[in-house]
Design a protein around this ligand. Structure first.
Ligand SMILES: CC(C)(COP(=O)(O)OP(=O)(O)OC[C@H]1O[C@@H](n2cnc3c(N)ncnc32)[C@H](O)[C@@H]1OP(=O)(O)O)[C@@H](O)C(=O)NCCC(=O)NCCS
Length: 423
């Protein structure tokens, strides 16, 4: 069987376009750096680079994240220095090897490191002198930007110098956050060794806005301290104008590619906005609406509509968009000059169903109808009767429809008639 999946490739195309020229800061954990997973991760990163994504990579070394004050004495600093040097060499050599056994094997990737981060001592914390344990004082984001513009991948270690020439170890996650917020980057991607975040029912938590992320931290006491830290850092990063932070698990093979180039993704996105806000459709959405509703039209859940029809009525449509994709749509059309309107062409993409988009969209449409002075909303459905019941719609007889709708009723289709009063 041909393993090449044309549909997957086609559906990735808009993401490839959307990510081009964007700056992504990606962390590489110590466990990944020390495992066999590193070469596969480097291949995926090299692929992102060839697709035009500007990469800043921050690798961790040495100290595992610890609770309370950290201290790095001179002896520890010395062993960290050799550990960090070894990791840098390993990463540089993997990038230099290119994509072995692929047509991109001969491709030259330039990876640069440098004194882009300026450090300051963490000082005395709770009476403990942190010694060589430092904090980010300043990020030379212009210099990083210049390297990215020159098509180089920027590789940052968890170390930096102070203006007086002292050498400090800085937690890699803090380096990543400082770089992402100072640029600011388009995305910060934490590659965690922990498992993907799950909702209580065992499903993956795909997206959290900042309130939801904070609530999760308060509600879910079972979240480990490391994952807690990732979520807290993600919240802080979003508040500092980095639009999106992704928490990906290195336990998922190809997690980076899966998250960045597929509808469904495989990690958790934390963002300051609601990410996929509802908005009125524009003529540019016609293609997206057509491909969204095609499967429902083919299965008979939705009445067939031509592209011309949708184009003509586009002002009456609302859509939910994610990363440039229309993932849900609905049209609200007033029936003649009556107080009735019909909601139709109501669909949520299968990859995004059961996440509350349908309920949000129907509420939005109802509010829009109310604002227009309409009093009753009707829906004709063959498959979603119970779903609309749960939204407060009641089954009605044909005679309850406005006359124009009664005349147009398709007896062969035999749709259920549902009406909700919104006064
Ligand atoms: C009906 C539809 C819009 C719901 O979208 P959604 O974003 O999944 O809806 P929500 O997330 O708000 O609600 C999900 C809940 O409704 C339930 N549900 C979804 N479709 C349902 C249906 N046809 N009948 C009964 N319940 C349904 C889900 O099981 C889920 O309940 P659960 O969490 O208890 O399991 C979506 O399934 C769809 O696009 N269907 C195909 C097109 C269609 O039939 N449109 C309506 C014609 S006008």
């Amino acid at each position: 069987m041909d393993p090449f999946n044309i549909d997957t490739f086609r559906s990735a195309a808009p993401y490839i376009y959307a990510h081009q020229g964007r700056v992504f800061v990606v962390t590489i954990s110590r466990a990944t750096a020390e495992s066999g997973k590193l070469s596969e991760l480097v291949q995926d990163l090299a692929l992102l680079h060839t697709l035009g994504i500007k990469l800043v990579l921050v690798y961790a070394a040495g100290i595992e994240l610890a609770e309370g004050p950290n201290c790095v004495d001179a002896a520890r600093m010395q062993s960290l220095q050799s550990e960090i040097a070894a990791q840098r060499t390993q990463l540089e050599s993997l990038f230099s090897a290119g994509l072995i056994n692929t047509p991109m094997a001969g491709m030259k990737l330039r990876v640069v490191s440098g004194n882009f981060i300026h450090a300051k001592p963490a000082g005395i914390i709770d009476g403990v002198d942190s010694q060589h344990y430092g904090e980010v004082r300043r990020v030379d984001s212009d210099a990083i930007q210049a390297q990215l513009s020159a098509n180089n991948i920027v590789l940052l270690s968890p170390t930096a110098y102070s203006p007086s020439g002292e050498y400090f170890y800085i937690d890699a996650l803090n380096v990543a956050v400082a770089v992402a917020t100072s640029m600011p980057a388009d995305k910060l991607i934490f590659m965690m060794d922990e498992k993907t975040l799950q909702a209580s029912r065992g499903q993956r938590l795909k997206h959290l806005n900042l309130n939801q992320a904070q609530n999760l931290l308060q509600r879910r006491k079972s979240i480990s301290s490391i994952v807690r830290r990732y979520i807290n850092l993600a919240i802080d990063t979003c508040l500092s104008h980095v639009p999106r932070v992704h928490l990906l698990s290195t336990t998922v093979r190809g997690a980076l590619l899966h998250e960045l180039f597929s509808h469904a993704g495989c990690g958790t996105l934390i963002s300051a906005d609601d990410y996929d806000d509802i908005r009125p459709a524009t003529i540019e959405d016609v293609g997206g609406i057509m491909s969204l509703i095609k499967p429902s039209q083919e299965s008979g859940s939705l009445v067939s509509r031509s592209e011309e029809q949708i184009e003509r009525d586009i002002h009456s449509y609302d859509v939910i968009e994610r990363d440039g994709f229309v993932i849900a749509c609905a049209t609200l059309q007033q029936i003649n000059d009556s107080v009735y309107a019909e909601v139709a062409c109501f669909a949520v993409h299968p990859d995004f169903q059961k996440e509350g988009h349908g309920s949000r969209l129907i509420k939005h449409v109802e509010q829009k109808a109310q604002a227009q002075g309409l009093q009753h909303i009707l829906v004709l459905t063959t498959k979603a009767l119970h779903w609309f019941h749960e939204q407060g719609y009641q089954t009605q007889a044909i005679k309850k429809l406005p006359i124009a709708k009664q005349k147009a009723y398709n007896y062969q289709r035999n749709s259920r008639i549902l009406i909700k009063s919104i006064v």
